[in-house]
Write a protein that binds this ligand. Structure first.
Ligand code: SF4
Length: 412
């Protein structure tokens, strides 16, 4: 007689809802336990991030609990073995803590800065950083330093917001999408769901990436850029747009500090700082009234391009004047950067014009009420449906911070 094989004992199963942390997406997962042990993991259909999608890495999260290779106890190099030989013995936690306490006490009492302290993606960096500071070492870092910190910091520095971490491309309205240096492990399920939406709607997807795997493989256009030259490519796009006047003048005047005046006194105190009035407000040059005014005031008509002499005689230029002077320089022309970026000049010109075409001719208006920085409410949001997303391929270079700033400049 054939015996039936019991694959699952539903009567002993429990379901727990939690968050996957096999990568930084934080997808919602539904974990089935049987007899108190994880049996399998599924995506949570009701979770806004992944809407039920689970990637292979997420499904393999079960191995975090049960892999025979996982660490169960501290490991110590076997006494007498060669460093690097990989010859370890398991020790108890008490012994490990004793060893560390002795070593750390000695370093702290002599020179705390000799402790180099590195943590992984622990989500406790506020705490581990505080610990390092209390110990007395400035030599501490974490995962983000070789991952996405440049994206986050450049975003906060340039637009006051870190779009890669706290936002997402507008998958529902974008008509042109540029993906810079993003590998498949990053934001995996949300990007897959988003790309599916773009492709179904017929939006153009351009992937800027040295390799054509994963996301790049389904891009409408793949730009095989040389690693580390994305910033130059972005600034060449900005060069083309500024040269042709394809700039959102109204946005720059209303919502950025592009009209603020910057002191120009090379070699003298104050050079490169914002010009301010007696109350510390930034100054702009009010074109209709031909006078200096407080740049924080609403409903002013500041000059975007101007060189003026301040009341104290110092020369000043608007931020946008300085930007145009720098990026209209021939060294940022597509023809000048093509060889270094490995991208033909015609491609750079064409992509810049495609961005402008979508941004200025296919504007979307959404009936969303919002309040601007002056406290005024508006009934609609005017969107330029060009979206971007970028990640480690951009930020994890020695020029990552400036590259990320260049991307944000391009966005504005
Ligand atoms: S993308 Fe995959 S690995 Fe990352 S959180 Fe979601 S399921 Fe987990």
């Amino acid at each position: 007689m054939t015996r039936s094989i019991l694959f699952e004992d539903h009567s002993r199963q429990q379901t727990k809802f939690t968050t996957c942390y096999m990568c930084a997406c934080r997808c919602g997962i539904k974990v089935t336990l049987e007899n108190g042990k994880i049996r399998f993991i599924q995506g949570n259909r009701n979770h806004p991030v992944n809407q039920g999608v689970l990637c292979a890495k997420g499904a393999a999260g079960i191995m975090k609990q049960y892999s025979p290779a996982r660490l169960r106890k501290p490991l110590m190099r076997r006494p007498g073995s060669e460093r690097g030989a990989g010859d370890f013995v398991e020790i108890e936690w008490d012994e490990a803590l004793d060893i560390l306490t002795r070593r750390l006490a000695k370093i702290r009492s002599t020179n705390p800065a000799e402790l180099a302290f590195f943590t992984g993606r622990d989500q406790m960096q506020a705490l581990s950083g505080l610990w390092a500071q209390q110990f007395g070492t400035p030599n501490w870092a974490a995962h983000g330093g070789f991952c996405s910190v440049n994206m986050a910091v450049a975003g906060l520095y340039t637009i006051g917001y870190s779009f890669w971490e706290f936002g997402a491309p507008d998958w529902d309205h974008a008509k042109y999408f540029l993906l810079w240096g993003v590998a498949e492990d990053h934001s995996s399920n949300p990007i897959k769901i988003g790309l599916d939406k773009l492709k179904r709607r017929g939006a153009k997807f351009v992937s800027i990436n040295p390799v054509r795997t994963g996301y790049s493989a389904i891009a409408d256009e793949w730009v095989p850029i040389r690693p580390g030259t994305d910033g130059l490519f972005a600034l060449a796009l900005a060069h083309v747009l500024i040269k042709r006047g394809l700039v959102d003048w109204e946005f720059l005047i209303k919502y950025t500090n592009a009209p603020w005046l910057v002191v120009q006194t090379p070699g003298m105190p104050g050079d490169g700082l914002f010009a301010r009035d007696g109350d510390g407000n930034p100054l702009i040059w009010d074109t209709p009234d031909r006078r200096f005014a407080n740049g924080h005031l609403p409903d002013i008509a500041p000059a975007l391009l101007a060189t003026v002499d301040l009341p104290d005689g110092r020369r000043a230029k608007t931020v946008f004047s300085l930007i145009t002077e720098r990026y209209l320089d021939d060294r940022y022309a597509p023809e000048a950067v093509a060889a270094e970026c490995g991208v033909p000049a015609e491609t750079i010109h064409r992509i810049a014009l495609e961005i402008a075409q979508i941004a200025f001719n296919e504007t979307v208006e959404l009936p969303i009420r919002w309040t601007d920085m002056h406290g005024r409410t508006h009934d609609k949001v005017v969107g330029r449906p060009v979206a971007m997303h970028a990640m480690r391929g951009i930020s994890a270079h020695s020029n990552g911070f400036q590259t990320c700033r260049a991307l944000h400049l391009l966005q504005m």
